[in-house]
Write a protein that binds this ligand. Sequence first.
Ligand SMILES: Cc1cc2nc3c(=O)[nH]c(=O)nc-3n(C[C@H](O)[C@H](O)[C@H](O)COP(=O)(O)O)c2cc1C
Length: 227
Amino acid sequence: MIDVRYFSGSGHCAHIASVCAKALGTHAQSMKEGARCEETLLFIFPVYGERVPPPAEKFLKNCRAKYAAFIAVYGGMSYGRALWDAQKRFAGTVVGAAYLPAEHSLVNDGFRAPTELLAPLLAKLKAEKFSEVHIPRTRRHPLSFAPALRSRIGVRLVRDERCTKCGGCDAVCPMHAMHKGAADQRCIRCLACIAACRQNALSFRLHPLLARYLAVRRRNETVLFLD
Ligand SMILES: Cc1cc2nc3c(=O)[nH]c(=O)nc-3n(C[C@H](O)[C@H](O)[C@H](O)COP(=O)(O)O)c2cc1C
């Protein structure tokens, strides 16, 4: 049985994981749920600042699966070497991987992730072909340092008067950075708090420079690593 897990801030990876799980005849789980996976893992995570988000990195370091395939979902800007980073963090054998474009959660441009292009990767998993893949160490943008700091500068979290300080956002924050609607320095701007707020009291504002950078999608290719 293939264990389909995901990390997802604003829901895109959760959706892609459920599409993949359906094709594999199983169901998808958040990386926080269930028992530790032991055999074969399919892990879907978003690219943040051309990297693996810190909570996903931690999951990979602790994961004891023997084999894994990764899908790094990106928002049409750049993916750096997120898959290479993921392979480095994982102690088992990586048998397949993909960069998949999706909607950018900071722009909501309506781009539909071409999940049908993942068919060869899912077929390899289904067929239990466990040959190791080589993921090249591709270039990162020279300004891709300190991704969490850059996100905090570029994306401002806004809390309005509808906030009842219920603590719902504290519970979903993967970085334990939320305190009744207010974010501390650990926040990586994954936006999980905004999606979870029942009062719709949380939103975000982009710095004008970041908004200008994100205004045009730069790449939409799906890249598969199968052998
Ligand atoms: C903090 C943050 C950083 C991001 N960095 C990148 C990036 O470097 N390159 C890119 O193409 N997309 C980037 N994205 C877009 C996400 O990878 C994309 O929207 C993905 O679908 C989000 O998945 P999720 O909704 O499951 O969190 C970023 C999004 C966020 C919130």
